[in-house]
Design a protein around this ligand. Sequence first.
Ligand code: HEC
Length: 379
Amino acid sequence: MIGIGTWRHWGLAGWLAVATGLALPRLHAALDDQTRLALETLSRLKDADLESNAALKNAVLKVLEKTRGEPEFVEIVRDFRLPGQEAELVRVAALHPQTSQAVEAVRMVLASSQSAILTQSLQGEQASALIEVLGRSGDARAVPFLQPLLNREAVQKAAALALTQSQEGAVRLLAAQKDGTLAPSLAVVVAPALRSARWPDVRSAAQTVFPETTAAPGKGTGEFPPIADLLQMTGDPQKGLAIFRRPEVACSTCHQVNGEGVDFGPKLSEIGSKLGKDALIAAILEPSAGISFGFEAWRVELKNGDEVFGLIVSDAEDEVEVKQQGGQSQRIKKADIATREKQPLSIMPAGLHQSLTPQEFVDLIAYLSSLKKVEPRQP
Ligand code: HEC
């Protein structure tokens, strides 16, 4: 194994030639050690100008080739600003929809002049994976791609949910509901998300535009039992796991359990050791009542008018890093920031229980409660 430090002695191009060796088989499901090592080295060179360094450019393109179909492909395209990779970016996003790289990939495509290729990909088999990623991007530029899908039966619910995740999309849904063009079956799906959206204007409009009874039949209608009653009920953790993963309940689009799901909110792999059932119930019914330290929401307004919303994960002298819903991070130079403001509400939306029956809710709690710290076994 070659130590990372030694490449300096070999000369960069020479080392990368070894690390990306042509002798390696071309197809691998995941990445081999040599490619990983090459990636790590490249990650330190990301601002290098490829056009003035042919050897480096060659090495980068070789590593790029080896990461096709893998999330790392997205990082290389981003770090070295490689043009013309949109089709493969879309393919990677659809293959790994739960990763933060997927979100980054669709953002890059949306920002490019080639965004029209999304229309075609959204016709294919990978449509629902891509719709989910477009939703998580929260990107207003995704709206023109998502809105036409509201008429396509197979994907209309996924598209409606995806639209609730950007302000622009939410506004379009409110407008459609107002002028009577939103199908009632879709109104039921989007109403809870819009009523608890993070934009105050959307929240208040949703309260008037969607009547209180817009809830799935038999679900969330009427009063939810008080916590004391919920604590008396018995839940099935196995069923709870399936509920946790349901797209419209959305837990796994913000939380990881044992490495699965999106790394955005607190990891929940050991939440059953940290919180009792009553605290778990409260955490879902009223997320803003006790926001976990370090997971407060921030709204950062840039001097150019853009707005970034998310968790501040690092705050250095000259830049801050904001982790956005979907898991991807954005570094912002402090010089570019006009204002930043901590938000009183949790990023975790209230009302997620509204799409569940009390029994389903209790199953979900039973699942979370079963996620305990594993004590190392004595040999
Ligand atoms: C939009 C992202 C998002 C979604 C969707 C989401 N959460 Fe959260 N969740 C967060 C964030 C951010 C926090 C930390 C801030 C807070 O405590 O409110 C959090 C906190 C929590 C906590 C407390 C964790 C702790 O360590 O104290 C629990 C439990 C939890 N979420 C469970 C769930 C469950 C179950 C669902 C699905 C019903 C869900 N979350 C959906 C973002 C989300």
